[in-house]
Design a protein around this ligand. Sequence first.
Ligand SMILES: NC(=O)c1ccc[n+]([C@@H]2O[C@H](COP(=O)([O-])OP(=O)(O)OC[C@H]3O[C@@H](n4cnc5c(N)ncnc54)[C@H](O)[C@@H]3O)[C@@H](O)[C@H]2O)c1
Length: 431
Amino acid sequence: MAGKRLGIGVVGAGRWANWAHLPGWVRDGRCKLIAVCDREPDRAQAAAAQFGAQVAATDYRELLKRDDIDIIDVVTRDAEHFEINCAAVQAGKHVLSEKPVAHDYRDVRRVADLAAASGLKTKVGFTFRYSPAVRYLKGMIDRGDLGTPFIYNAYEQNSQWLDPMSPLRSGERTGEGPIRVASLEGYGAPVIDIGHWYMGSDLTSVVGTMRNFVPERMILDTGKMARANIDDGDIFIGEFASGAICSVQTSFVTVGNYPGIEVRVYGSAGAAIARLVEEFGICETLKTAKPDDVEFREVEIPSSYYPPGGSPRESWRTLYYANLTANFASEVLGEIEGNEGNFGDGLWVQQVINAVEISHHERRWVSLPLDLQEAVGQHGNAGHTGNAGHTGNAGRAGNAGHTGNAGHTGNAGHTGNAGRAEGAGQDERQG
Ligand SMILES: NC(=O)c1ccc[n+]([C@@H]2O[C@H](COP(=O)([O-])OP(=O)(O)OC[C@H]3O[C@@H](n4cnc5c(N)ncnc54)[C@H](O)[C@@H]3O)[C@@H](O)[C@H]2O)c1
Protein backbone atom coordinates (compact mmCIF):
# COMPACT_ATOMS: atom_id res chain seq x y z
CA MET A 1 0.00 0.00 0.00
CA ALA A 2 3.08 2.22 -0.01
CA GLY A 3 2.51 5.59 -1.67
CA LYS A 4 -1.27 5.34 -1.43
CA ARG A 5 -3.36 7.85 0.51
CA LEU A 6 -5.67 6.04 2.91
CA GLY A 7 -9.37 6.81 2.64
CA ILE A 8 -11.04 7.34 6.00
CA GLY A 9 -14.72 7.06 6.91
CA VAL A 10 -15.75 8.18 10.40
CA VAL A 11 -18.99 6.86 11.93
CA GLY A 12 -20.32 9.02 14.76
CA ALA A 13 -19.79 12.78 14.71
CA GLY A 14 -20.36 13.59 18.35
CA ARG A 15 -18.04 15.17 20.86
CA TRP A 16 -15.16 12.74 20.88
CA ALA A 17 -15.06 12.46 17.09
CA ASN A 18 -14.81 16.24 16.81
CA TRP A 19 -12.34 16.66 19.64
CA ALA A 20 -9.95 13.80 18.92
CA HIS A 21 -10.54 11.48 15.92
CA LEU A 22 -11.26 13.95 13.13
CA PRO A 23 -8.40 16.32 14.07
CA GLY A 24 -6.09 13.28 14.11
CA TRP A 25 -6.99 12.10 10.60
CA VAL A 26 -6.80 15.52 8.96
CA ARG A 27 -3.40 16.19 10.55
CA ASP A 28 -1.90 13.23 8.68
CA GLY A 29 -1.04 13.91 5.04
CA ARG A 30 -1.09 10.17 4.29
CA CYS A 31 -4.83 10.08 5.04
CA LYS A 32 -7.80 11.55 3.22
CA LEU A 33 -11.03 11.99 5.12
CA ILE A 34 -13.69 10.83 2.66
CA ALA A 35 -16.90 10.60 4.68
CA VAL A 36 -18.45 11.43 8.02
CA CYS A 37 -21.59 9.60 9.09
CA ASP A 38 -23.97 10.38 11.93
CA ARG A 39 -27.57 9.41 12.52
CA GLU A 40 -28.19 13.09 13.06
CA PRO A 41 -27.80 14.70 9.60
CA ASP A 42 -26.81 18.08 11.04
CA ARG A 43 -23.90 16.57 12.92
CA ALA A 44 -22.66 14.65 9.88
CA GLN A 45 -22.87 17.73 7.69
CA ALA A 46 -21.24 20.05 10.21
CA ALA A 47 -18.29 17.72 10.79
CA ALA A 48 -17.89 16.97 7.07
CA ALA A 49 -17.80 20.70 6.33
CA GLN A 50 -15.41 21.52 9.17
CA PHE A 51 -12.94 18.73 8.45
CA GLY A 52 -13.22 18.73 4.65
CA ALA A 53 -14.95 15.40 3.92
CA GLN A 54 -16.74 15.18 0.58
CA VAL A 55 -19.51 12.91 1.93
CA ALA A 56 -21.91 13.42 4.84
CA ALA A 57 -24.07 10.34 5.46
CA THR A 58 -26.67 9.14 7.97
CA ASP A 59 -26.32 5.40 7.31
CA TYR A 60 -22.92 3.87 7.98
CA ARG A 61 -23.57 1.15 5.42
CA GLU A 62 -23.11 3.76 2.69
CA LEU A 63 -19.51 4.12 3.84
CA LEU A 64 -18.94 0.36 3.83
CA LYS A 65 -19.89 0.15 0.15
CA ARG A 66 -17.29 2.70 -0.96
CA ASP A 67 -14.07 1.48 -2.54
CA ASP A 68 -12.25 4.69 -1.68
CA ILE A 69 -12.58 4.06 2.07
CA ASP A 70 -9.89 1.82 3.61
CA ILE A 71 -10.43 2.51 7.32
CA ILE A 72 -13.73 2.76 9.17
CA ASP A 73 -13.44 4.68 12.41
CA VAL A 74 -16.27 3.91 14.87
CA VAL A 75 -16.91 6.73 17.37
CA THR A 76 -20.55 6.13 18.21
CA ARG A 77 -21.75 5.42 21.74
CA ASP A 78 -20.63 2.18 23.36
CA ALA A 79 -23.76 0.13 22.63
CA GLU A 80 -23.42 0.66 18.87
CA HIS A 81 -19.75 -0.29 18.49
CA PHE A 82 -20.14 -4.04 18.13
CA GLU A 83 -22.66 -4.02 15.28
CA ILE A 84 -20.75 -1.47 13.25
CA ASN A 85 -17.39 -3.14 13.94
CA CYS A 86 -18.73 -6.49 12.68
CA ALA A 87 -20.28 -4.94 9.58
CA ALA A 88 -17.10 -3.00 8.76
CA VAL A 89 -14.89 -6.07 9.11
CA GLN A 90 -17.33 -8.10 7.00
CA ALA A 91 -17.10 -5.37 4.36
CA GLY A 92 -13.31 -5.83 4.30
CA LYS A 93 -12.38 -2.57 6.02
CA HIS A 94 -9.63 -1.97 8.56
CA VAL A 95 -11.33 -0.75 11.74
CA LEU A 96 -10.55 1.68 14.52
CA SER A 97 -13.13 1.25 17.27
CA GLU A 98 -13.67 3.33 20.32
CA LYS A 99 -13.61 1.18 23.41
CA PRO A 100 -15.26 -1.14 24.15
CA VAL A 101 -15.20 -3.20 20.98
CA ALA A 102 -18.14 -4.99 22.64
CA HIS A 103 -19.28 -5.25 26.25
CA ASP A 104 -18.77 -9.02 26.50
CA TYR A 105 -15.34 -10.48 25.86
CA ARG A 106 -16.88 -13.29 23.79
CA ASP A 107 -18.25 -10.77 21.32
CA VAL A 108 -14.85 -9.08 21.17
CA ARG A 109 -13.34 -12.47 20.36
CA ARG A 110 -15.74 -13.00 17.45
CA VAL A 111 -14.98 -9.75 15.71
CA ALA A 112 -11.24 -9.98 16.50
CA ASP A 113 -11.11 -13.44 14.98
CA LEU A 114 -13.08 -12.38 11.95
CA ALA A 115 -10.68 -9.49 11.32
CA ALA A 116 -7.65 -11.74 11.79
CA ALA A 117 -9.04 -14.34 9.39
CA SER A 118 -9.65 -11.60 6.82
CA GLY A 119 -6.14 -10.14 7.17
CA LEU A 120 -7.50 -6.81 8.38
CA LYS A 121 -5.87 -4.49 10.88
CA THR A 122 -7.82 -3.29 13.87
CA LYS A 123 -7.22 -0.77 16.60
CA VAL A 124 -9.01 0.08 19.82
CA GLY A 125 -9.23 3.69 21.01
CA PHE A 126 -6.79 3.13 23.85
CA THR A 127 -5.93 6.82 23.79
CA PHE A 128 -3.29 6.83 26.53
CA ARG A 129 -1.10 4.13 25.00
CA TYR A 130 -0.27 6.85 22.46
CA SER A 131 0.79 9.53 24.95
CA PRO A 132 4.43 10.51 24.33
CA ALA A 133 5.26 9.92 28.02
CA VAL A 134 3.62 6.49 28.06
CA ARG A 135 5.35 5.47 24.82
CA TYR A 136 8.75 6.71 25.97
CA LEU A 137 8.38 4.77 29.20
CA LYS A 138 7.49 1.65 27.22
CA GLY A 139 10.83 1.97 25.42
CA MET A 140 12.65 2.29 28.76
CA ILE A 141 10.97 -0.84 30.08
CA ASP A 142 11.76 -2.80 26.92
CA ARG A 143 15.42 -1.69 27.04
CA GLY A 144 15.62 -3.03 30.60
CA ASP A 145 16.21 0.38 32.20
CA LEU A 146 13.89 -0.56 35.08
CA GLY A 147 15.12 -4.17 35.31
CA THR A 148 12.51 -6.85 35.93
CA PRO A 149 9.09 -5.22 36.46
CA PHE A 150 7.73 -6.16 39.89
CA ILE A 151 4.71 -3.93 40.50
CA TYR A 152 2.33 -1.93 38.28
CA ASN A 153 0.02 0.67 39.84
CA ALA A 154 -2.55 2.50 37.77
CA TYR A 155 -5.20 5.14 38.26
CA GLU A 156 -7.69 6.74 35.98
CA GLN A 157 -9.74 9.13 37.97
CA ASN A 158 -11.19 12.58 37.68
CA SER A 159 -14.24 14.50 38.85
CA GLN A 160 -16.29 14.25 35.65
CA TRP A 161 -19.49 13.15 37.45
CA LEU A 162 -18.79 14.21 41.02
CA ASP A 163 -21.64 16.71 40.70
CA PRO A 164 -24.94 14.73 40.64
CA MET A 165 -26.36 17.42 38.36
CA SER A 166 -23.84 16.49 35.63
CA PRO A 167 -26.19 14.57 33.39
CA LEU A 168 -25.83 10.92 32.51
CA ARG A 169 -26.79 10.44 28.93
CA SER A 170 -28.60 7.13 29.03
CA GLY A 171 -31.78 6.33 30.90
CA GLU A 172 -30.76 2.67 30.67
CA ARG A 173 -28.43 3.33 33.53
CA THR A 174 -31.19 4.17 35.96
CA GLY A 175 -32.92 1.97 38.50
CA GLU A 176 -32.09 -0.27 41.40
CA GLY A 177 -30.80 -3.79 40.93
CA PRO A 178 -27.23 -5.03 40.93
CA ILE A 179 -24.56 -2.41 40.47
CA ARG A 180 -23.67 -1.97 36.80
CA VAL A 181 -20.19 -1.60 35.39
CA ALA A 182 -19.40 1.95 34.30
CA SER A 183 -16.10 3.43 35.51
CA LEU A 184 -14.34 0.04 35.44
CA GLU A 185 -15.03 -0.22 31.71
CA GLY A 186 -14.88 3.40 30.63
CA TYR A 187 -11.92 4.40 32.75
CA GLY A 188 -10.33 1.06 33.59
CA ALA A 189 -9.79 -0.13 30.01
CA PRO A 190 -6.94 2.22 29.06
CA VAL A 191 -4.84 1.55 32.14
CA ILE A 192 -5.52 -2.19 32.09
CA ASP A 193 -4.26 -2.10 28.51
CA ILE A 194 -1.11 -0.19 29.47
CA GLY A 195 -0.40 -2.64 32.32
CA HIS A 196 -0.65 -5.59 29.96
CA TRP A 197 1.66 -3.87 27.49
CA TYR A 198 4.22 -2.70 30.04
CA MET A 199 4.45 -5.86 32.14
CA GLY A 200 4.64 -8.10 29.06
CA SER A 201 2.62 -10.74 30.81
CA ASP A 202 -1.00 -11.81 31.17
CA LEU A 203 -2.95 -11.42 34.39
CA THR A 204 -3.81 -14.83 35.78
CA SER A 205 -6.04 -13.79 38.66
CA VAL A 206 -7.93 -10.70 39.86
CA VAL A 207 -10.02 -9.66 42.83
CA GLY A 208 -11.88 -6.39 42.97
CA THR A 209 -14.75 -4.33 44.22
CA MET A 210 -17.03 -1.67 42.74
CA ARG A 211 -18.99 1.08 44.48
CA ASN A 212 -21.76 3.52 43.76
CA PHE A 213 -20.91 6.71 45.65
CA VAL A 214 -23.35 9.16 44.06
CA PRO A 215 -26.73 7.40 44.17
CA GLU A 216 -29.01 9.86 42.38
CA ARG A 217 -28.15 11.69 39.18
CA MET A 218 -29.60 13.97 36.57
CA ILE A 219 -30.54 11.91 33.51
CA LEU A 220 -30.13 13.71 30.21
CA ASP A 221 -32.95 11.89 28.38
CA THR A 222 -35.56 12.87 30.98
CA GLY A 223 -34.09 15.97 32.61
CA LYS A 224 -34.95 14.40 35.98
CA MET A 225 -33.03 13.05 38.93
CA ALA A 226 -33.09 9.25 39.17
CA ARG A 227 -31.43 6.43 41.03
CA ALA A 228 -28.41 5.24 39.04
CA ASN A 229 -26.76 2.24 40.65
CA ILE A 230 -23.59 2.37 38.57
CA ASP A 231 -19.99 1.75 39.49
CA ASP A 232 -18.54 5.24 39.90
CA GLY A 233 -15.45 3.97 41.72
CA ASP A 234 -13.63 0.64 41.81
CA ILE A 235 -10.36 -1.00 42.82
CA PHE A 236 -8.86 -4.33 41.90
CA ILE A 237 -5.58 -6.11 42.40
CA GLY A 238 -4.12 -8.74 40.11
CA GLU A 239 -1.37 -11.29 39.69
CA PHE A 240 0.54 -11.62 36.40
CA ALA A 241 1.86 -14.90 35.00
CA SER A 242 5.37 -13.42 35.32
CA GLY A 243 5.00 -13.17 39.11
CA ALA A 244 4.47 -9.40 39.02
CA ILE A 245 1.45 -7.85 40.73
CA CYS A 246 -0.73 -4.80 40.12
CA SER A 247 -3.33 -2.51 41.57
CA VAL A 248 -5.82 -0.52 39.49
CA GLN A 249 -8.16 2.21 40.75
CA THR A 250 -10.67 4.09 38.66
CA SER A 251 -13.38 6.62 39.38
CA PHE A 252 -15.21 9.52 37.78
CA VAL A 253 -16.26 10.99 41.14
CA THR A 254 -12.76 11.69 42.49
CA VAL A 255 -11.29 15.16 42.67
CA GLY A 256 -8.72 15.91 39.98
CA ASN A 257 -8.42 17.04 36.39
CA TYR A 258 -8.62 15.24 33.05
CA PRO A 259 -7.63 12.77 31.90
CA GLY A 260 -6.49 11.70 35.37
CA ILE A 261 -4.17 8.84 34.44
CA GLU A 262 -1.18 7.84 36.50
CA VAL A 263 0.80 4.67 35.83
CA ARG A 264 3.74 3.51 37.91
CA VAL A 265 6.18 0.70 37.27
CA TYR A 266 8.59 -0.52 39.95
CA GLY A 267 11.32 -2.88 38.78
CA SER A 268 14.53 -4.47 40.03
CA ALA A 269 16.71 -1.65 38.59
CA GLY A 270 14.49 1.41 38.67
CA ALA A 271 11.02 2.88 38.81
CA ALA A 272 8.97 5.32 36.73
CA ILE A 273 5.80 7.36 37.04
CA ALA A 274 3.94 8.67 34.02
CA ARG A 275 1.36 11.23 35.07
CA LEU A 276 -1.21 12.32 32.53
CA VAL A 277 -3.15 15.06 34.29
CA GLU A 278 -3.68 18.49 32.73
CA GLU A 279 -2.20 20.83 35.31
CA PHE A 280 -0.59 24.25 34.92
CA GLY A 281 -0.87 24.09 31.13
CA ILE A 282 1.05 20.81 30.80
CA CYS A 283 -0.74 17.58 29.96
CA GLU A 284 1.83 15.00 31.06
CA THR A 285 5.07 14.35 32.90
CA LEU A 286 7.40 11.37 33.23
CA LYS A 287 9.59 10.85 36.27
CA THR A 288 12.08 8.07 37.01
CA ALA A 289 14.28 6.92 39.88
CA LYS A 290 17.20 4.53 40.30
CA PRO A 291 17.59 2.37 43.43
CA ASP A 292 19.90 4.90 45.15
CA ASP A 293 17.72 7.93 44.44
CA VAL A 294 15.59 9.42 47.17
CA GLU A 295 13.45 11.39 44.77
CA PHE A 296 11.98 10.85 41.32
CA ARG A 297 13.38 13.18 38.63
CA GLU A 298 11.60 14.50 35.60
CA VAL A 299 12.69 13.06 32.27
CA GLU A 300 12.58 15.04 29.03
CA ILE A 301 10.64 13.27 26.31
CA PRO A 302 12.34 13.42 22.88
CA SER A 303 10.53 15.47 20.26
CA SER A 304 10.27 12.40 18.01
CA TYR A 305 7.53 11.12 20.34
CA TYR A 306 5.26 14.04 19.43
CA PRO A 307 3.17 14.41 16.29
CA PRO A 308 4.18 17.26 13.96
CA GLY A 309 3.66 20.53 15.81
CA GLY A 310 2.82 18.71 19.05
CA SER A 311 4.06 19.49 22.56
CA PRO A 312 3.02 18.84 26.18
CA ARG A 313 1.21 22.18 26.05
CA GLU A 314 -1.26 20.83 23.49
CA SER A 315 -4.58 19.34 24.62
CA TRP A 316 -4.16 15.66 25.50
CA ARG A 317 -7.17 14.88 23.33
CA THR A 318 -5.63 15.96 20.03
CA LEU A 319 -2.05 15.15 21.03
CA TYR A 320 -2.61 11.49 21.90
CA TYR A 321 -5.12 10.89 19.15
CA ALA A 322 -2.82 12.29 16.47
CA ASN A 323 -0.28 9.67 17.57
CA LEU A 324 -2.95 6.95 17.57
CA THR A 325 -4.32 7.66 14.09
CA ALA A 326 -0.78 8.09 12.68
CA ASN A 327 0.25 4.76 14.22
CA PHE A 328 -2.75 3.01 12.68
CA ALA A 329 -2.11 4.61 9.28
CA SER A 330 1.52 3.43 9.43
CA GLU A 331 0.37 -0.11 10.25
CA VAL A 332 -2.24 -0.23 7.50
CA LEU A 333 0.18 1.24 4.96
CA GLY A 334 2.79 -1.33 6.00
CA GLU A 335 5.28 1.36 6.99
CA ILE A 336 5.71 -0.30 10.38
CA GLU A 337 5.29 -3.94 11.32
CA GLY A 338 2.65 -5.34 13.59
CA ASN A 339 -0.69 -4.07 14.82
CA GLU A 340 -0.55 -2.86 18.39
CA GLY A 341 -3.56 -2.12 20.57
CA ASN A 342 -5.74 -4.21 18.28
CA PHE A 343 -9.02 -6.03 18.93
CA GLY A 344 -7.01 -8.93 20.39
CA ASP A 345 -5.71 -6.52 23.04
CA GLY A 346 -9.27 -5.25 23.43
CA LEU A 347 -10.34 -8.82 24.05
CA TRP A 348 -7.75 -9.26 26.77
CA VAL A 349 -8.79 -6.00 28.45
CA GLN A 350 -12.48 -6.90 28.25
CA GLN A 351 -11.83 -10.25 29.89
CA VAL A 352 -10.13 -8.51 32.80
CA ILE A 353 -13.07 -6.11 33.16
CA ASN A 354 -15.55 -8.99 33.02
CA ALA A 355 -13.47 -10.96 35.55
CA VAL A 356 -13.40 -8.06 38.03
CA GLU A 357 -17.16 -7.72 37.56
CA ILE A 358 -17.59 -11.39 38.49
CA SER A 359 -15.16 -11.01 41.39
CA HIS A 360 -17.22 -8.15 42.81
CA HIS A 361 -20.53 -9.95 42.54
CA GLU A 362 -19.27 -13.29 43.82
CA ARG A 363 -16.85 -11.87 46.41
CA ARG A 364 -13.90 -13.99 45.24
CA TRP A 365 -10.66 -14.16 43.20
CA VAL A 366 -11.34 -14.93 39.55
CA SER A 367 -8.85 -16.75 37.31
CA LEU A 368 -7.97 -15.62 33.82
CA PRO A 369 -8.51 -16.35 31.04
CA LEU A 370 -12.21 -16.68 31.68
CA ASP A 371 -13.66 -20.01 30.67
CA LEU A 372 -17.03 -20.71 29.15
CA GLN A 373 -18.66 -21.34 32.49
CA GLU A 374 -17.99 -17.79 33.66
CA ALA A 375 -21.36 -16.20 32.89
CA VAL A 376 -20.50 -12.54 32.78
CA GLY A 377 -24.10 -11.66 32.17
CA GLN A 378 -25.65 -13.23 35.19
CA HIS A 379 -25.20 -10.15 37.32
CA GLY A 380 -27.57 -7.75 35.73
CA ASN A 381 -26.72 -8.17 32.06
CA ALA A 382 -29.32 -9.85 29.95
CA GLY A 383 -29.19 -13.23 28.27
CA HIS A 384 -25.95 -14.67 27.05
CA THR A 385 -26.38 -16.74 23.99
CA GLY A 386 -23.33 -17.63 22.02
CA ASN A 387 -20.35 -19.86 22.50
CA ALA A 388 -17.35 -17.85 21.61
CA GLY A 389 -15.16 -20.84 20.96
CA HIS A 390 -12.91 -19.92 23.84
CA THR A 391 -9.57 -21.65 23.75
CA GLY A 392 -7.82 -20.16 26.68
CA ASN A 393 -5.67 -17.57 24.97
CA ALA A 394 -6.70 -13.99 24.88
CA GLY A 395 -4.98 -13.50 21.55
CA ARG A 396 -2.92 -10.51 22.52
CA ALA A 397 -0.30 -8.57 20.62
CA GLY A 398 -0.96 -8.89 16.95
CA ASN A 399 -3.68 -10.43 14.93
CA ALA A 400 -1.80 -13.68 14.57
CA GLY A 401 -2.35 -14.57 18.20
CA HIS A 402 -6.05 -15.29 18.00
CA THR A 403 -7.06 -18.80 18.76
CA GLY A 404 -10.84 -18.80 18.69
CA ASN A 405 -13.29 -19.02 15.82
CA ALA A 406 -11.20 -17.68 13.01
CA GLY A 407 -13.77 -18.80 10.50
CA HIS A 408 -16.65 -16.76 11.88
CA THR A 409 -18.64 -15.03 9.27
CA GLY A 410 -22.03 -13.44 9.21
CA ASN A 411 -23.46 -11.66 12.16
CA ALA A 412 -21.40 -12.54 15.14
CA GLY A 413 -24.38 -13.20 17.37
CA HIS A 414 -24.22 -10.68 20.15
CA THR A 415 -24.12 -12.34 23.53
CA GLY A 416 -26.30 -9.61 24.90
CA ASN A 417 -25.79 -6.96 27.51
CA ALA A 418 -29.12 -5.26 27.55
CA GLY A 419 -28.88 -4.27 31.17
CA ARG A 420 -25.44 -2.77 31.05
CA ALA A 421 -24.51 0.71 32.03
CA GLU A 422 -22.82 2.29 29.05
CA GLY A 423 -19.17 2.85 29.81
CA ALA A 424 -18.27 6.41 30.38
CA GLY A 425 -16.05 8.22 27.97
CA GLN A 426 -13.17 10.11 29.43
CA ASP A 427 -14.52 13.34 28.39
CA GLU A 428 -18.19 14.00 28.14
CA ARG A 429 -18.61 17.19 30.07
CA GLN A 430 -15.91 19.61 29.08
CA GLY A 431 -16.02 21.38 25.80
N1 LIG B 1 -10.80 6.81 24.24
C1 LIG B 1 -11.15 7.90 24.90
O1 LIG B 1 -10.29 8.52 25.53
C2 LIG B 1 -12.57 8.39 24.83
C3 LIG B 1 -12.92 9.66 25.29
C4 LIG B 1 -14.25 10.08 25.15
C5 LIG B 1 -15.18 9.25 24.58
N2 LIG B 1 -14.80 8.01 24.16
C6 LIG B 1 -15.78 7.10 23.52
O2 LIG B 1 -16.14 7.66 22.26
C7 LIG B 1 -17.49 7.23 21.94
C8 LIG B 1 -18.32 8.45 21.53
O3 LIG B 1 -18.47 9.31 22.64
P1 LIG B 1 -19.03 10.79 22.46
O4 LIG B 1 -18.83 11.46 23.76
O5 LIG B 1 -18.51 11.40 21.23
O6 LIG B 1 -20.59 10.48 22.26
P2 LIG B 1 -21.65 11.41 21.51
O7 LIG B 1 -22.98 10.97 21.95
O8 LIG B 1 -21.28 12.85 21.66
O9 LIG B 1 -21.45 11.03 19.97
C9 LIG B 1 -21.87 9.81 19.42
C10 LIG B 1 -22.46 10.11 18.06
O10 LIG B 1 -22.73 8.87 17.41
C11 LIG B 1 -23.93 9.02 16.67
N3 LIG B 1 -24.46 7.69 16.40
C12 LIG B 1 -24.97 6.80 17.28
N4 LIG B 1 -25.30 5.67 16.64
C13 LIG B 1 -24.98 5.84 15.33
C14 LIG B 1 -25.08 5.01 14.20
N5 LIG B 1 -25.57 3.77 14.26
N6 LIG B 1 -24.66 5.51 13.02
C15 LIG B 1 -24.17 6.77 12.93
N7 LIG B 1 -24.05 7.59 14.00
C16 LIG B 1 -24.45 7.13 15.18
C17 LIG B 1 -24.81 9.86 17.58
O11 LIG B 1 -25.85 10.50 16.86
C18 LIG B 1 -23.78 10.85 18.13
O12 LIG B 1 -23.69 12.04 17.37
C19 LIG B 1 -18.02 6.50 23.17
O13 LIG B 1 -17.89 5.12 22.97
C20 LIG B 1 -17.09 6.95 24.28
O14 LIG B 1 -16.97 6.01 25.30
C21 LIG B 1 -13.53 7.58 24.27
